[in-house]
Design a protein around this ligand. Structure first.
Ligand code: MLT
Length: 407
């Protein structure tokens, strides 16, 4: 008899953004004349930068001739891209990361979801609340939790992110082995200073723990005091893996390209306490289960680092940041408390006592605006909604005008 992985039975019925999509589709079917504006899932709306498009086309043309055709590429990604990433994203910021510590992939969702496979099932995992659901769900699937009770999975160490702690959790008093952090944060849009990140790096070094640092939104950082990479913190190379993506930086959500940094110094431990290279282990995993990102896509991603590309991605990110300014100005004028929207495309809004799914329904039905209910990111999100700045200027302006009318 073929038996199911019982851990899947512990998951909530469907993934947050699928739930929202179904609700919005149903509403649209029932109200075909209503023009809906989507500020829910953080999906970009603007075209790929011109520099990327040109390189993408060139990559496709190379596939059209036997002389330049490429079959399977290196599972880790082409050297031309890894070299640029190491130089521009890390070495230029004083972080000593080399190309062989970089693994190109088809997305940070897959990498943050897959990475936990390398660890024992009985490790103690610390996960922020609210959180990008992939970190928690992938650990549930792997059997690292008990049942769901009172809004929480047994066996997970939750790091509450609330207005009281400025949405920045402190390292726990007890020992945990694996820590998920995301800055600029999804969903709250908050950022962490070097001093704040240092506390986590020191904690991980003292406890032989590992930090999985999701920096998918680093391109939105404008404040020069905020670190872009955890490797700007001394000692982080021993205890942190970093996830980055071209999705929000250069509009690659549909094109798919990201990368994960696994430093050579980073060690994990066997049951008998022997050191195991995490870089070698992830390499082993990827070369078995992954066959790389397509050549034209990697050429397109490489173009981000050209002079033209750098200028164009800055413009792209600034466009969304200006949208975020429009959202925060509207929330201010409506008298809502919020965080984020600066150095981040997300605004995290306190619904003033409203339940987040009720607030979501109300905004959908009365204004035709889709947000993300905070409860979908965890118990601490129950009284919040998230508004994303990823849409056209006109739609964001129109959405805010509708909210002002509806509220
Ligand atoms: C979000 O809306 O939280 C993100 O778009 C999800 C993702 O990047 O997978």
């Amino acid at each position: 008899m073929i038996r199911a992985n019982d851990n899947y039975g512990k998951l909530k019925a469907s993934y947050l953004f699928s739930d929202i999509r179904k609700k919005v589709e149903k509403y649209q079917q029932d109200n075909p004349d209503k023009a809906i504006i989507r500020l829910g899932i953080g999906d970009v709306t603007r075209a790929l930068p011109d520099a990327c498009i040109k390189a993408f086309h060139q990559g496709v043309d190379e596939m059209a001739s036997d002389e330049t055709f490429k079959g399977y590429g290196p599972e880790k990604g082409y050297e031309f891209l890894r070299e640029k990433i190491a130089r521009f994203d890390f070495q230029k910021r004083g972080a000593d990361i080399s190309p062989d510590e970089i693994f190109i992939s088809d997305g940070s969702k897959c990498d943050t979801g897959n990475f936990q496979e390398l660890f024992a099932t009985d490790i103690r995992v610390a996960i922020p609340d609210p959180v990008y659901p992939v970190y928690l769900d992938s650990n549930i699937m792997a059997g690292r939790t008990g049942e769901f009770e009172n809004g929480r999975y047994q066996g997970i160490h939750y790091l509450d992110c609330t207005a009281e702690n400025g949405f920045l959790p402190e390292p726990p008093a007890e020992t945990v082995d694996l820590i998920y952090l995301c800055f600029p944060n999804n969903p709250t849009g908050t950022t962490a200073t070097k001093d704040e990140l240092k506390k986590w790096v020191d904690y991980a070094r003292a406890n032989k723990a590992l930090i999985l640092f999701d920096a998918a939104y680093e391109a939105f950082i404008r404040n020069p005091e905020i670190p872009h990479s955890i490797y700007e913190i001394e000692g982080a190379k021993e205890v942190a893996v970093e996830f980055r993506s071209f999705s929000k930086l250069a509009g690659f959500t549909g094109t798919r390209c990201a990368f994960t940094v696994v430093p050579k110094e980073c060690m994990i431990y066997s049951g008998s306490g022997e050191e195991i290279s995490l870089n070698a282990l992830w390499d082993r995993r990827q070369s078995t289960k992954f066959n790389g990102v397509s050549y034209p896509v990697q050429k397109a991603a490489e173009a981000v680092y050209s002079q033209e590309g750098q200028k164009q991605v800055k413009e792209l990110v600034s466009y969304y940041l200006e949208n975020a300014d429009i959202v925060t100005a509207a929330m201010k004028s409506l008298g809502f408390d919020f965080v984020g929207g600066q150095d981040s495309p997300y605004v995290w809004i306190d619904g003033n006592g409203r339940d987040s799914w009720e607030f979501f329904d109300m905004l959908l039905t009365s204004a035709g605006v889709v947000c993300t209910p905070g409860a979908g990111f965890g118990k601490c999100g129950n009284r919040y909604i998230r508004i994303s700045a990823f849409n056209s200027r006109e739609n964001v302006q129109e959405a805010m005008a509708r909210l002002k009318e509806a509220l």
